[in-house]
Design a protein around this ligand. Structure first.
Ligand SMILES: Cc1ncc(C[n+]2csc(CCOP(=O)(O)OP(=O)(O)O)c2C)c(N)n1
Length: 617
């Protein structure tokens, strides 16, 4: 068994190793990835699929002088291992440990902090344009998956790059998968290219040819490769990328380091924008991940032998409660439609997509389009439910405002992963939705305190003749008991108190109620109000509250700036009650478990109780 990973200095020594050694290194990397991610959790399948491509990129390019930009960045583990961070993997995605995404503060090899899809070509093109203006000559390589290529921003960048004639290399890592099976016309077209008899035949012919050459020099390979390119140009008519102004090279076997290196070398020598199409297998080398690449896309700790999860939470998640309820609603109402932007599983719509395939749409990684598409459906009488993670919905700000709210169309946004999400960190926390949605005219914004209230609010959404958003967090759905909201615009009192009222948004009602119990035992009488309806807001109930108690504490799992707490403070400004806002501060919140972050930022029950204990005296 080789031991290159611990004995060599990377990425420098990749450039002096021979191809046999590099192949052995790829086995070591896969072993390490499986072992390591089985303990910490993380994005396994995408990284298993990109081992050879990462080796080839760092071998062929002079990193960090040359810039590699990883789209989304979830597939950057191999890159991190090969750029000096192997020993940090035991703390991958943990509080204080390395991030699961590229982070410029971690390494000079990480060019941008990424996490949201389809940005790499724009980022690369910007770098390349600045390089040209500055008279520099480094290379810029954007590595983008076929899933990320379904995002509109990627096309805007391709279109722009095609007319700029700057040197930019785009490597398309095509594994046929987004998180689930990839969707759309481009995916179909790529599939056609890689499944043609000619491509399969060429691949085997060239491989056989290579194996017959006893000592393979670079010039021999180049010769074969060029011939191969010529055939491909001839067989693939009107390829989209060529039409857009790119030189297209491919498809190449993304697990053949030699072929990859030859191709990248060729791409480096070409002028203008070049697209290298590499075909890879998601989950490669670990049979469980090869069979279920969607399950191993992002996974918690698991048993390597069985592939089964270890630990983790039990009980139905909010995503599940949402998906199950939507199936129910669709049964009684034929206008109910489910929409996902490439997150069918994650948002809990898997079962819906099978039960009502005609009324389900996976639109690709295209959140902006999902909102406007839903507007079209609603205009024609449908009741679309767009299920989307909070942080990804940021992509659709303008579409929600202009295409949904301005027309007052009954589109419901079911906003999953609202609040801090934990290990995925800055790019994935959903902290801004309340702040930007509650200011949109016509928009009703609801936040359930628990699972039963989520179901009640979904029923409520059908009675709202306009845009609606329901936000709920990552994790197991709570059941706090007590009354649930029945009408938009109404808050729900969960507990009476005389010293303080805690106004809690959504699931923050849980820690608020717990804090109230702790305080009660200490002789502080704390009431709890579930805000429930962020917009419209129940001003009457607030007026009652400010007249009864001297202190109001607002708690929200969202950014304080522009949030509901600030609104409450403004409304109560003329009254006698003092208002204190709790929520996330005005900065990007790091990764760590949800519990750790709630504790650190004073949003767990103990911190809420302590603050009130000090202020209510
Ligand atoms: C704007 C946005 N929407 C959704 C996601 C969630 N997401 C992360 S990776 C991924 C699939 C990416 O597929 P692909 O680019 O083909 O990479 P692969 O994992 O297949 O290598 C999705 C949908 C995201 N990161 N950003």
């Amino acid at each position: 068994m080789s031991n290159y990973l611990s004995e060599h200095k990377f990425p420098e020594e990749l450039r002096t190793m021979d191809y046999d050694q590099l192949e052995l290194l790829s086995y070591e990397l896969r072993d390490f990835l499986v072992e390591s991610v089985s303990k910490t959790g993380g994005h396994l399948a995408s990284n298993l699929g990109i081992v050879e491509l990462t080796i080839a990129l760092h071998r062929c390019f002079d990193t960090p002088r040359d810039k590699i930009i990883w789209d989304v960045g979830h597939q950057s583990y191999v890159h991190k291992i090969l750029t000096g961070r192997m020993n940090d993997f035991e703390n991958l995605r943990k509080y204080g440990g390395i991030s699961g995404f590229p982070k410029a503060c971690e390494s000079e090899y990480d060019v941008f902090d990424t996490g949201h899809s389809s940005t790499s070509i724009s980022l690369g093109l910007g770098l390349a344009a600045a390089r040209d203006l500055n008279g520099d000559d480094y290379k810029v390589v954007s590595v983008i998956g076929d899933g990320a290529m379904t995002g509109g921003l990627a096309y805007e960048a391709l279109n722009n790059a095609g007319s700029m004639n700057t040197n930019l290399i785009v490597v398309l890592n095509d594994n046929g998968m987004s998180i689930s099976q990839n969707t759309g016309g481009l995916s179909r077209s790529l599939g056609r290219i890689t499944s043609t008899d000619k491509y399969v035949h060429m691949k085997t012919t060239v491989k056989k040819g290579l194996s017959k050459v006893p000592v393979i020099g670079d010039s021999v390979i180049s010769g074969i490769h060029n011939a191969k390119e010529d055939i491909k140009y001839a067989v693939i008519d009107g390829i989209l990328f060529e039409e857009l102004g790119f030189k297209y090279i491919g498809p190449v076997d993304g697990h053949d380091i030699r072929e990859l290196c030859q191709t990248l070398k060729r791409a480096k020598g070409l002028m203008g924008p070049v697209l290298v199409h590499a075909v890879t297998q998601k989950g490669k080398g670990y049979s469980k991940a090869e069979k279920q690449p969607n399950v191993f896309h992002g996974i918690g700790a698991f048993d390597v032998q069985t592939g089964e999860p270890v630990g983790g939470s039990s009980g139905a998640s909010y995503s599940y409660v949402f998906g199950d309820k939507l199936i129910d609603m669709a049964y009684y109402d034929e206008s109910v439609i489910g929409i996902s932007a490439a997150m069918t599983d994650g948002v809990g719509l898997e079962e819906f997509s099978k039960t009502y395939p005609d009324r389900f749409f996976d639109v690709g990684i295209a959140e902006a389009h999902s909102a406007t598409f839903a507007a079209g459906l609603a205009k024609a009488g449908m009741r679309p439910y767009v299920a989307v993670y909070s942080s990804f919905l940021q992509r659709a700000y303008d579409q929600i405002l202009e295409d949904v709210c301005l027309q007052n169309l009954p589109v419901t946004f079911c906003i999953d992963r609202a609040g801090v999400v934990g290990a995925d960190g800055e790019t994935h926390h959903g902290l801004f939705d309340m702040a930007y949605l509650r200011s949109m005219p016509n928009m009703t914004v609801l936040a359930p305190k628990d699972g039963p209230e989520l179901e009640a609010m979904m029923d409520m959404s059908l009675s709202i003749d306009g845009p609606c958003a329901i936000r709920y967090p990552r994790g197991t759905a709570a059941d706090l008991g007590g009354p649930v909201a029945e009408t938009p615009g109404k808050a729900v009192r969960l507990k009476d108190g005389t010293d303080v009222d805690i106004w809690a948004a959504g699931t923050m009602a849980g820690p608020a109620l717990e804090a109230a119990v702790v305080l009660e035992e200490e002789g502080v009488s704390a009431g709890v109000v579930n805000i429930a309806s962020i917009a419209p807001f129940d001003e009457e109930a607030l007026k009652d509250s400010t007249e009864k108690v001297p202190l109001i504490v607002t708690v929200e799992d969202g950014i304080v700036t522009g949030g509901i707490g600030e609104h409450i403070k403004a409304l109560a400004a003329d009254g006698a009650a003092k208002v204190i806002n709790l929520g996330w501060p005005d900065k990007f919140i790091e990764h760590g478990s949800q519990d750790e972050l709630f504790r650190k930022y004073g949003l767990d029950k103990d911190s809420i109780a302590e603050l009130i204990r000090n202020k209510a005296k």
